[in-house]
Ligand binder design. Structure first.
Ligand SMILES: Cc1cc2nc3c(=O)[nH]c(=O)nc-3n(C[C@H](O)[C@H](O)[C@H](O)COP(=O)(O)OP(=O)(O)OC[C@H]3O[C@@H](n4cnc5c(N)ncnc54)[C@H](O)[C@@H]3O)c2cc1C
Length: 518
């Protein structure tokens, strides 16, 4: 951009310097003639050891760097889940566990079938090939003996193969149906530091590229329009000033699956009836905003160990297991993480005791393609009031979601009875051996349920003429101009595995789409 512009006018304004936003900011500023301003609600992560040290991720949950969204009551689930969302540069990639899975080919076929033309497997995987993050299987020194034994027992008990590199199976062999192994993680095995979106995409260019401006601890609370065209963002800066940051070309929303639909609705873009109910003037009736709230729900089984769990780890959840029950689909339909620490918030609330910090091992079965669909909406026109999140956990009519958790708990028990994992186990703490029927396991599994922290889908992508879609396949907000969304909210359906790599590829492709429109 030319030097004649004032300091609050940029070619592109990106709201949210999170996972996708960091990628887009990097790619757009590769052209020195293009100016970009990133508005980020949180502080920088640079030099912040408590953020960068991946092993300490649990300390960031519900901290000053977490927006901590709650849910409305979940009659068939757990009403006490806190949905952590990071308030720091790099977004959730700066406080998550950085487990890195490419989406499965069939996940992307689902996207295309949902109207996301151009988001086919070959195209999306080619963007995954470009990622700057250092994604590697858990390094030898971080391979904990109990996880090694759990992988062996998982393979023996369920008949699935041991997998050395899950992503290689996806990129070179067209995916996998089942497997147990150490996870691939975006980290530096030499330092234990994150290879988050900010580390990989922003740190190398901060203070280097003059055409990149970061407005940190700055909150965007309303979009500014000229007719149907988005021209900028009203923000409150770190020192409490109200300002308008102007975009000559586009505003790109990367505030995540909670805050992007929230900002659209606060700006009068969303379901007209819902907006009127809270006294917000309707600029553009877009019924899909806030709908299609997706997640990966999980539950937990916890054991006390006979001896202390060794300390070496990347982030205390280093192994994964994928099982397929429905052979009519090539993808796994049950996933498990292992936790090498007592992950006991939900079990303690239900009255279960907790083993000591070095004497617990947990498995968390999760639902890769949950059939329950939720919704997010505003309860007030006040931008400070958090939105309501209703995931409608375990409400799918066929009870597929709850049955998946029941199956998961049973498979976990089989693994705990199989050597070499069995000899680590002293006793089952939760749900406890007394609960055995489907009904008992379903009731427990739903009450102790948690989230894998993967909300998505609330501004879903679809065909340009699909009235329920919020953005078209080029990520442009339907019916408006100068406005795109690029973050987890555009997912039409949930990718089966952990979604961060898919979000990063959304960022990579968004940058190309934006450049193509110049
Ligand atoms: C605890 C936890 C663990 C997870 N573990 C994994 C994992 O291991 N693997 C995996 O694949 N996925 C994981 N996930 C999910 C994954 O991290 C997210 O799906 C992904 O990072 C979301 O990226 P995003 O770009 O959509 O949003 P975010 O990364 O959340 O970015 C949004 C950014 O926008 C900023 N922002 C929001 N609103 C405003 C506003 N109004 N004004 C200014 N700034 C604003 C926020 O501060 C944030 O930086 C985890 C998530 C959590 C919370």
């Amino acid at each position: 951009m030319s030097a004649s512009h004032s300091d609050t006018v940029y070619d592109y304004v990106i709201v949210g310097g999170g996972t996708a936003g960091s990628v887009i900011a990097n790619r757009l500023t590769e052209d020195p003639e293009t100016s970009v301003c990133v508005i980020e609600g949180g502080p920088s992560d640079q030099g912040q050891e408590r953020v960068l040290r991946l092993r300490d991720w649990l300390d960031l949950l519900e901290s000053d760097l977490d927006y901590g969204y709650t849910t409305v009551e979940q009659p068939r689930g757990n009403s006490h889940i806190v949905h952590s969302r990071a308030r720091v540069l790099g977004g959730c990639s700066s406080h998550n566990t950085l487990i890195s899975f490419r989406p499965f080919p069939q996940d992307l076929a689902d996207w295309v079938a949902a109207g996301a033309e151009g988001w086919d497997n070959a195209t999306v995987q080619s963007y995954a090939d470009r990622l700057k993050n250092n994604i590697v299987p858990v390094a030898p020194q971080d391979r904990n003996a109990i996880v090694e034994d759990w992988i062996t027992a998982s393979s023996r008990a369920t008949g699935v193969p041991v997998v050395e590199d899950f992503n290689a199976e996806i990129s070179h062999r067209g995916g996998f149906s089942e497997g147990a192994g150490f996870l691939s993680i975006a980290y530096d095995p030499y330092t234990g530091h994150r290879s988050s979106a900010s580390v990989a995409y922003l740190h190398p260019i901060m203070g280097v590229r003059d055409n990149l401006t970061l407005m940190l601890e700055t909150w965007a609370h309303r979009l500014v329009f000229d007719g149907d065209r988005a021209t900028g963002v009203r923000v409150t800066t770190a020192d409490g000033q109200e300002r308008t940051v102007t975009a000559e070309r586009e505003v790109v929303l990367c505030a995540g699956a909670v805050d992007t639909p929230r900002l659209l609705m606060l700006s009068g873009v969303g379901p007209a009836g819902d907006l009127r109910d809270v006294g917000i003037g309707v600029r553009h009736d877009l019924p899909g905003v806030g709908e299609n709230l997706l997640d990966h729900p999980e539950s937990i089984i916890m054991w006390e160990t006979e001896r202390e769990v060794p300390e070496n780890t990347v982030m205390s959840s280093d192994g994964g297991l994928f099982v397929r029950r429905d052979t009519g689909d090539p993808r796994p339909d049950l996933m498990f993480h292992i936790y090498q620490v007592p992950f006991d918030d939900n079990t303690a609330r239900l009255g279960y005791d907790s083993p000591g910090p070095r004497n617990a091992i947990c498995m968390t079965p999760n639902i890769p393609r949950s059939r329950s669909r939720g919704k997010l909406w505003l309860t007030s026109a006040d931008p400070e009031v958090k939105p309501a999140l209703d995931f409608r956990y375990f409400t799918d009519p066929d009870d597929y979601d709850a049955q998946t958790i029941v199956d998961g708990l049973r498979i976990a028990r089989d693994i705990a009875a199989t050597e070499p994992f069995a000899s680590w186990i002293k006793r089952e703490v939760a749900p406890g051996p007394g609960l055995t029927t489907d009904e008992e396991l379903s009731e427990y599994g739903r009450r102790a349920a948690h989230t894998v922290y993967h909300p998505a889908g609330t501004c879903r992508m679809g065909a340009a003429d699909d009235p329920a879609a919020v953005v078209d396949p080029a990520l442009r907000v339907r019916g408006l101009s100068g406005l795109r969304v690029a973050d987890a909210s555009v997912f039409p359906t949930m990718p089966s595995p952990n979604p961060m790599v898919t979000v990063l590829t959304v960022g990579e492709r968004a940058a190309d789409l934006i450049r193509a429109d110049r």
